[in-house]
Design a protein around this ligand. Structure first.
Ligand SMILES: Cc1cc2nc3c(=O)[nH]c(=O)nc-3n(C[C@H](O)[C@H](O)[C@H](O)COP(=O)(O)O)c2cc1C
Ligand code: SF4
Length: 481
């Protein structure tokens, strides 16, 4: 599945109103460069390509503040979803508290459609570890935690092996690189909960508690793990640190846009000929990404919509895709987000009611339940989406969906509630007629039929999986008519 080498000669850009990309600086994958080579996960392979030389050069030698300055100047933005500037975050770390500072690396990778960190963990974990060492020196932390989702069995085994190898060589331990810099690296496994990817949920889980998010502020940089100052960064973000410190801020900024410098790993799934992970300069057009890297749409299908940044990201229609470049500002300008870089392409045959019902099932299942608007709201969204999916929705149910989604936003401890409401709002905004079609018309009800009887055979088959018409369990007092 993973395909990282860009095609040698990109075909002419598609006839569309695609924005002009910035002048091309040749780019070849950086983080994913070695993942297809056998044994790229071993220390031997990593050392043979100059691995750990950057950490050896800086640990105990370079002023930590100057490493923070390099990362700040590079413009690197967090790759976990929010795109927060990494160097700026490091600068927020509370100092002089008398408490230890921690680094917590987020490898939960729980956003549906996202499968990039997994490749780093499984296929080239030493570059992550070198980034961990450099980051710990920069923020003067003596203990890093790397949190992995429970399902990453191979990634866990490879990362643990890498930590052991690095420890045996003295790169981490009581005296990292023989310098007066003790560094401990602890790998922690989760149990496969989406909410443990939210940074404070992850910290709760590392502490040994339930993965419950906490109210911010205080932010982790002030009071995080064990109530100590903590920097939380994504796996891809920290892997980037290795290359940026090695090559410099200007090297990083030669790609990308002014506000989204550098390159990023994107995951491509859905109705394209070549799904996989691709590392590309930020700012290329979405059309180029889908048509050139992804090989275009699967045979016989046309584009219906794109989920651009993980399941929470609002949809793009083909017209919006034509205007979209892969950078934080372009996606925000189109009312969506770059998020974690998980791009899913939906074809013209996709039943949007099936897609949104499936999406809502996920968020309802993953809500941790602490906040009423999220615990109850995700349940309502799932049940109402189910009613539309099955053709049992009543007049007013579609507006009720919109109302529930609106009232979930900005009212909860973490943004999972928003992450559920945003796709619902976007499906409603862009594909409202498909919802309306599933509202049971009175004539159907009188005849003992439902709108479901009028919809496509494929959608009907889906419905059978989740509950036959007429026996729909709407629960929660939502079957109001
Ligand atoms: C519900 C939810 C799930 C998240 N899942 C992940 C995840 O799996 N991996 C990740 O790095 N960040 C995830 N995040 C974002 C983190 O809270 C945090 O912003 C990120 O780890 C910070 O790292 P960065 O600055 O390097 O992006 C999630 C956020 C939310 C609200
Ligand atoms: S918003 Fe949802 S997932 Fe987040 S803390 Fe509240 S109930 Fe839990």
């Amino acid at each position: 599945m993973a395909e990282t080498t860009p095609p040698a000669a990109p075909p002419a850009p598609p006839a569309s109103e695609a924005p002009k990309p910035k002048p091309v600086v040749p780019f070849s994958p950086v983080i994913l460069k070695h993942i297809h080579e056998p044994n790229a996960h071993t220390l031997e392979h990593y050392l043979a390509r100059g691995g750990y030389e950057t950490a050896r050069k800086h640990v105990g030698e370079t002023d930590p503040a100057s490493l923070v300055a390099i990362v700040k100047d590079s413009g690197l933005r967090g790759r976990g979803g929010a795109g927060f500037p990494t160097g700026m975050k490091w600068g927020f770390l509370a100092k002089g508290t008398g408490k230890p500072a921690y680094l917590a690396v987020n490898g939960d990778e729980s956003e549906p459609g996202t499968f990039k960190d997994r490749h780093i963990l499984e296929k080239d974990p030493h570059q992550l570890l070198e980034g961990v060492i450099l980051t710990c020196w920069a923020i003067q932390s003596n203990h890093a935690f790397i949190y992995l989702r429970g399902e990453f069995i191979l990634g866990y085994q490879r990362l643990e092996a890498a930590v052991k190898e690095a420890r045996a060589k003295g790169f981490i331990g009581e005296k990292s690189f023989g310098k007066d810099f003790p560094l401990k690296v602890t790998v922690v496994r989760g149990a496969g909960a989406y909410i443990c990817g939210e940074e404070t949920g992850m910290l709760s889980s590392i502490e040994g508690g339930r993965g419950y998010p906490k109210i911010k502020p205080p932010f982790p940089a002030v009071s995080g793990l064990f109530k100590c100052p903590t920097i939380v960064n994504n796996v891809e973000t920290i892997a980037n640190v290795t290359h940026i410190v090695k090559n410099g801020a200007d090297w990083h900024k030669q790609w990308g846009t002014e506000k989204s410098p550098g390159y990023k790993i994107f995951c491509l799934a859905g109705a394209v000929k070549k799904p996989g992970v691709y590392e590309v300069p930020l700012g290329i057009t979405m059309r180029e990404f889908i048509d050139v890297y992804g090989g275009g749409m699967v045979e016989g299908r046309t584009l219906k919509a794109v989920i651009p940044g993980g399941l929470s990201a609002p949809l793009l229609t083909p017209e919006m895709v034509d205007k979209c470049t892969l950078d934080y500002e372009s996606l925000a300008g189109l009312g969506s987000m770059l998020g974690s870089g998980g791009i899913t392409v939906l074809h013209d045959g996709v039943d949007m009611m099936s897609a949104i019902y499936n999406t809502m099932r996920f968020y309802h299942h993953e809500s941790c339940g602490q906040c009423t608007p999220c615990r109850e709201g995700t349940g309502w969204l799932e049940k109402l989406a189910h009613k539309h999916h099955a053709g049992h929705a009543h007049a007013g149910d579609t507006d009720l969906l919109a109302d529930v989604a609106k009232n979930m936003r900005g009212r909860t401890i973490c943004v999972l509630a928003d992450a559920a409401a945003m796709p619902m709002q976007s499906y409603l905004q862009l594909f409202r007629p498909e919802f309306d079609k599933r509202v049971a018309a009175p004539e159907y009800v009188e005849k003992g039929r439902t709108a479901r009887d009028e919809i496509t055979p494929a959608a009907k088959r889906e419905s059978v999986t989740h509950g036959a018409p007429g026996v729909l369990d709407v629960g929660m007092g939502m079957d109001r008519v």
